[in-house]
Write a protein that binds this ligand. Structure first.
Ligand code: SAM
Ligand code: SF4
Length: 458
């Protein structure tokens, strides 16, 4: 395994672009608006901009691209933590092996069912399964856990897409994971800077930098064609990490013909028993985080950007305009805490503590449409097929109607009080569907939902 993150090259790019001229910045912004993406060099020019007026230009462009490709939709999900028993020692994490403050748990089938029911009762349709790494949380366990989640029904609801963020595994296990019907396999490199990586991951299987770097390759080789990457911002220089994320994207494109389905941008949050989590070695300000998201939006316009509840509500409300396409809501990061409602600290402290319904009410007040859509992966629009539809803009024919249908289902089953308030927003969204036939079919399907049908999609 060769390290495809060339650190010297990244440092050189950052140095050569250190003081960009205003004209170069404008040229790059204009190029980004053609939705063709940016090279790492071009992204570096934008990352090196610090002046407020210039940053505002970049934010405006990100907003425009987000609107063109994703419209006003935001996909919602919640994490489901299965275990906090960990064999690794990531210095920033509350679950790490040497952190004796945390009692360890591994949910059994009944507990997973209870957690899933609690999440379905809030209105969730998409979950991200998360687990610490330990021998008991192996592929046999994960297979059973995912089956339990998919088999659980509560009222009219069920979980229709399970994404997963767990430790890397071998190709044979990845194949079994794919066969469970997962959507995206997600794994964060944490930091692409190798020395920093070694310092932060002192023992356990995760201390192997290259094994982690190649995990998405193995998942792809096993047939999982939606993979998600990310970096934990605060461990090292954010500009370096953004360029490394772009090189990782290029590597996956070269080898598999398709880049990552999503990029996550978690920022270090305080965690019990971790000094580093509360005192990040490379603090990332709110403005820096805005820049990170905006530059990623310009550089890889068709890759989803995921934002978690690590960020507070006020900042999240700003960031959703800049290119974020998926957000978690109502999250708990301690295994078992949705059904028990204990107020214990999980993996890290959550900053946006609003419930799913509060997040949705706030979003719709701002004109956003919440989407619980799971249609693409259930109809086989994944990996390269998804990108082939997304790039000419064809995906929009599916996304808007599907977002509306899933939002309507949410209103009918979980939040009828909000239905009156959002009637005009929904009507306006339906009127924006360009194809008359699709518009009519959407209205018909909405009527079918009102008369009791569920899970309708294009
Ligand atoms: N244990 C697996 C792993 O580390 O890849 C998967 C799940 S881990 C619980 C999910 C992610 O949480 C990690 O990849 C890391 O980026 C993030 N994380 C850990 N500690 C954090 C902290 N203090 N603040 C914010 N995110 C954190
Ligand atoms: Fe374990 Fe993941 Fe936490 Fe590291 S980040 S200690 S691997 S749960």
């Amino acid at each position: 395994m060769k390290n495809f993150i060339n650190e010297d090259k990244i440092f050189n790019i950052l140095e050569e672009t250190e003081t960009p001229s205003r004209q170069r910045v404008e040229t790059i912004i204009n190029k980004s608006l053609t939705l063709k993406g940016l090279s790492p060099e071009e992204a570096a020019v934008l990352l090196n901009c610090e002046e407020e007026v210039v940053l505002n230009r970049i934010f405006e462009a990100a907003k425009q691209i987000k609107e063109t490709i994703y419209g006003n939709r935001l996909v919602l999900f919640a994490p489901l933590y299965l275990s906090n028993r960990c064999v690794n020692n990531c210095l920033y994490c509350g679950f790490r092996k040497d952190n004796l403050n945390t009692g360890t748990r591994l949910l059994d089938t009944n507990e997973i069912r209870e957690e899933t029911r609690a999440l379905i009762s809030q209105g969730h349709k998409r979950l991200l399964i998360v687990s610490a790494e330990n021998p008991a949380a192996n592929i046999d366990y994960l297979e059973k856990a995912i089956k339990t989640v998919y088999d659980t029904k509560e009222g009219n609801g069920d979980i229709r897409r399970v994404n997963i963020n767990v430790a890397p595994m071998g190709v044979e296990s990845f194949k079994r994971l794919k066969d469970t019907g997962i959507g995206t396999y997600q794994l964060f490199q944490e930091t692409y800077h190798r020395d920093t990586y070694n310092q932060q991951h002192t023992s356990g299987p995760k201390s192997d930098y290259l094994k982690r770097l190649y995990a998405c390759d193995l998942a792809q080789s096993a047939g999982i064609d939606d993979v998600g990457i990310g970096a934990l911002f605060g461990l090292y220089n954010y500009k370096f990490e953004v360029l490394a994320l772009l090189f990782h994207t290029m590597h996956l494109e070269e080898v598999f013909g398709v880049g990552p389905h999503t990029i996550s941008v978690p920022r270090l949050e305080p965690a019990q028993g971790s000094n580093i989590a509360s005192n990040p070695p490379y603090p990332v300000s709110d403005t820096d985080l805005k820049k990170v998201i905006a530059v990623l939006r310009l550089a890889v316009p068709y890759t989803g950007i995921i934002l978690s509840t690590r960020e507070n509500a006020v900042l999240r409300n700003e960031l959703i305009y800049l290119g974020v396409s998926q957000i978690s809501a109502g999250s708990k990061t301690l295994p078992g805490s949705y059904s028990n409602d204990k107020n214990e600290q999980g993996q890290f402290s959550v900053s946006d503590e609003r419930s799913l319904s509060e997040v949705i009410e706030d979003m719709t007040d701002r004109g956003f449409i919440p989407s619980f859509c799971t249609s693409c992966y259930r109809t086989g629009r994944t990996g390269e097929d998804f990108m082939n539809l997304a790039k000419p803009g064809d995906i929009k024919n599916f996304c808007r109607p599907n977002a509306l249908l899933t939002f309507e289902e949410y209103l009918l089953d979980y939040n009828p009080e909000l239905a009156g308030k959002t009637k005009a927003l929904i009507a306006s969204e339906i009127s924006k569907i360009p194809d008359q036939k699709v518009r009519q079919m959407t209205s018909d399907k909405m009527n079918s939902l009102s008369s009791g049908k569920r899970d309708l999609y294009f």
